[in-house]
Ligand binder design. Structure first.
Ligand code: UDP
Length: 576
């Protein structure tokens, strides 16, 4: 291969790659170019399983080009571990049983997954409640909540591939007798910082909530009713706690199970650690993201427009890349390989949505943004399914196709039971130099700490260009913004700029929710998104936001009230 791709990496992207991703070969770091070649080669090697023709070389070239142009990037483990036999998937769901053996087997599995660079989602709902019988002795079971510490510790001790800390999500069904203890579990947000928690909300709970009634608590060991709680009381506990610390979030577990592609294989109990994917026990998912910042072109009149054919091409390439990943991965456990290869779920996502909007001069909180999001994500989802169908023609449908929701007259014959979702892209977006996932920009100006305690002001490049071109760029403006002043309150700023450069905290919560709703309608999986709400939001308002999110059809929702945490959750920073 001899394609020369001009360097596109920003200084920050370069820094992140050098710090964590580039391999040392003979005392020298590989180049970024060789990293992408290494990844392209390993992933395209899967092509030879299906063809002895030139596909391997062609796809290797195409994969390399898309990555080097920062148009498509696979999840971090693929970039990090694409050596001969590295583990390359990002997120896993591990089952946790009720016996001591099963619980500690799951702890061991957690260590294996985190060592291999994966993050984990767990449901702790099968563990018998506090005070339940153990070996016929009543009153001694500790319940699920204390056990979660063992999982947190295991993943803390095993730093992911030596490069970063793993994320976890712990889930408990709302009808578990220990639900109140679970909801309050992260009252001190600095306790178990590598764990987010989420309550699995059932339809029965929602029915009781909407009618002001009670709902039953079920002992998972016996399947018997073990008391009841008032749904509004529990909901208020959840929203108060979310108001206070950002945890717990909600997942709508019955909706998730109604939508899931392979009910015949069992129930979905959990989502992945940043809540972006819905997986069966032991499944893992390979993720990859299309950088929407690179999906624009100049129209004939010189204005920027969306390059739909390029999006379609990149989506198809992404599906092929991710399907190849399944075949070449070196899975951390045989059960994971078996479960993953049964459904072949993959996660094609987007990042740089905010970049695309500002380049098109579309405010994030506008109907036009929602229309644009709908059009783009529908195209990606359609192309992803077409690509998966084409792969199925050559490579076969996913092995659990029979009896799946697609197995009906005129159903899609797919290679992958699930194709699309929205990933957090915490590190990928830094490498690509774009904003993460489908979030709005956090700020137009950042203070970056550099060596010797020096601080540097970093300005959003789109904002800087726009402000200079429109004559309102000044040191004073940067100073005001960095002090936390709202662009909308600074005198002399053009109205259009105030709308286009809207930041996370200025976007009203309902626009965050509506944005999540629009993306949700056009994907198979779930969404990693934070519903950011102002510091002044009340717990009741958080409750209304949760219910609005439910009505929008989302699979899960997490809110974060500005200033409610001294430290942001592990998965939202630079993964430090
Ligand atoms: N993840 C993790 N540790 C981290 C960041 C991510 O374990 O520090 C896992 C986690 O399971 C998450 C998944 O990687 O759900 C995808 O996260 P993200 O898109 O932010 O990862 P990236 O590929 O950008 O590194």
């Amino acid at each position: 291969m001899n394609t020369i791709v001009p360097p596109l990496i920003t200084k920050n992207g370069q820094r992140v790659l050098e710090k964590r991703y580039l391999k040392r070969v003979n005392d020298r770091y590989e180049t970024i170019d060789s990293m992408f070649r290494r990844v392209a080669k390993r992933v395209a090697s899967a092509e030879s399983l299906y063809s002895s023709g030139p596909e391997t070389q062609i796809m290797e070239q195409d994969f390399f080009r898309a990555m080097a142009a920062l148009e498509f990037l696979p999840n971090s483990p693929t970039l990090l571990n694409s050596d001969l036999d590295g583990q390359i998937a990002s997120c896993f769901v591990l089952p946790v049983g009720d016996s001591i053996d099963e619980i500690f087997e799951a702890v061991k599995n957690t260590a294996r997954v985190h060592q291999s660079c994966g993050g984990t989602g767990f449901s702790f709902s099968r563990i018998r409640p506090e005070g339940d019988v153990v070996h016929d002795q009543p009153g001694i079971a500790p319940g699920p909540v204390p056990f979660i510490q063992a999982f947190s510790l295991a993943s803390n001790l095993v730093k992911q591939g030596g490069v970063r800390q793993g994320c976890n999500i712990g889930i408990l069904n709302v009808d578990h007798p220990d639900i109140l203890k679970f909801i309050a579990m992260k009252d001190d947000p600095e306790y178990l910082t590598n764990f987010c928690i989420s309550v699995a909300i059932t339809d029965k709970f929602l029915d009781a909530l909407f009618t002001g009634g009670d709902y039953d608590l079920i002992n998972p060991r016996t399947g018997q009713i073990q008391g009841y709680l008032n749904a509004q009381f529990v909901f208020d506990k959840i929203t108060n706690q979310s108001w206070k610390t950002g945890d717990p979030g909600l997942i709508f577990i019955d909706r998730i199970n109604r939508d899931q592609p392979t009910p015949i294989l069992g129930k979905i109990e959990a989502v992945t650690s940043c809540a972006e994917q819905v997986l069966l026990p032991f499944e893992c998912c390979h993720l990859g993201s299309i950088n929407l910042a690179k999906m624009l072109k100049n129209s004939t009149d010189g204005t920027l427009v969306i390059d739909y054919p390029k999006i379609a091409r990149t989506a198809r390439l992404g599906i092929r890349f991710l399907d190849d990943c399944i075949d070449i991965n070196n899975y951390p456990l045989p059960q994971i390989e078996e479960a993953t290869k049964r459904t072949r779920k993959i996660g094609l996502s987007v990042m740089g949505y905010a970049d695309m909007l500002v380049m098109l001069e579309i405010p994030y909180d506008s109907d036009l943004a929602l229309e644009t999001a709908n059009k783009i994500m529908r195209l990606i989802d359609d192309e992803a399914h077409i690509a998966s169908q084409e792969l199925a023609q050559k490579r076969g449908v996913f092995p659990a196709y029979s009896g799946s929701k697609y197995d009906r007259p005129n159903g899609q014959r797919l290679r992958n039971a699930s194709c699309t979702m929205i990933a957090p892209t915490g590190s990928l977006s830094l490498i690509a130099g774009c904003n993460n996932g489908i979030e709005p920009f956090f700020s137009m100006v950042f203070v970056r700490n550099i060596l010797d305690g020096e601080h540097l002001l970093e300005v959003n490049p789109y904002f800087e260009t726009y402000a200079r071109e429109n004559g309102f760029f000044s040191e004073d403006l940067l100073y005001r913004l960095v002090q936390g002043e709202n662009l909308r309150d600074v005198p002399g700023i053009p109205e259009a700029a105030k709308r286009i450069f809207v930041t996370t905290n200025q976007v009203k919560p309902e626009w965050h929710v509506r944005t999540q709703g629009v993306f949700q309608k056009n994907i198979d999986g779930a969404i990693a998104k934070m519903i950011n709400v102002p510091a002044s939001t009340t717990p009741q308002e958080i409750g209304e936001i949760f219910l609005m999110a439910y009505r929008e059809g989302v699979k899960g929702v997490t809110a974060y009230r500005d200033t409610s945490r001294k430290i942001q959750s592990l998965c939202n920073d630079e993964n430090g």
